[in-house]
Design a binder for this molecule. Structure first.
Ligand code: CA
Length: 234
């Protein structure tokens, strides 16, 4: 999952970024409201952590402009000004949650998981595809009762594929969700990572693979039997 952190205090931004990266998120940061708004408008994020007191544009303005533009990305406001009026204003403007500073990281992580769950059709913390299980809290991945170790990138890619299972995903859509925004779209890195992921998660007995290559388009993670009316490289 890709998260945008809009926070002007470098120490706080780095604290959140490092913590979230350990939790297997892909994290980008913006140091002010104008940059944050622009990044949020031009890229797909799964959630935004938005400080209220920001140079350029404050967090409430960024929130309002995003919602006015039809952007429905889950947003959690962060602020030192934890007054009731602030919380009410943020929630009324369309924030999904509100976390007063100072906070402990575990609470931020749990609340982030909660707003991500609310926006997802999957309400559970365990994602499944066929007999593969991905636990989004512990980050363990299991198949055939064996634990599979994944790197951060492999985890992010697999999580995105499972959350969108049975859908055909183009390489550029995958890129937008799993890689940082300055990523080179001409690169074949996705194919490289898919190959690594397959080696780790797929069955050796020759049954149908969980991740299908869709010729000329991208990939599909397959759970239920889906229509085979597309050009598939098995
Ligand atoms: Ca601030």
């Amino acid at each position: 999952m890709r998260i945008l952190v809009v926070e002007d205090e470098k120490k706080v931004a780095n604290f959140i970024k490092n913590g979230l990266e350990e939790e297997r998120y892909i994290v980008e940061t913006a140091p002010d409201g104008v940059t944050g708004l622009q990044m949020a408008m031009e890229n797909e994020f799964d959630a935004i952590l938005l400080d209220v007191m920001l140079p350029g544009k404050d967090g409430f303005t960024v929130l309002r402009e995003l919602r006015d533009a039809g952007n429905v990305t889950p947003i959690m406001m962060l602020t030192a000004r934890g007054t009731t009026e602030d919380r009410v204003q943020g929630l009324d403007l369309g924030a999904d949650d509100y976390l007063p500073k100072p906070f402990i990281f575990q609470e931020l992580a749990a609340r982030l998981r909660s707003i991500l769950r609310r926006s997802s059709p999957e309400k559970t913390t365990k994602l499944k595809c066929s007999d593969l299980i991905l636990d989004t809290v512990t980050h363990f991945c299991y198949r055939f009762n064996k634990e599979i170790e994944l790197t951060t990138k492999e985890y992010a890619l697999l999580e995105y594929l499972i959350r969108n299972k049975n859908r055909i995903l183009s390489r550029s859509t995958i890129t937008q969700h799993v890689w940082k925004h300055n990523f080179d779209p001409e690169s074949n890195i996705i194919d490289v990572y898919i190959k690594r992921l397959r080696t780790k998660i797929e069955n050796e007995d020759g049954s149908k693979p969980l991740i299908q290559s869709i010729r000329g388009v991208g990939y599909r993670m397959r759970d239920v039997p889906v229509d085979d009316n597309v050009d598939v490289d098995e």
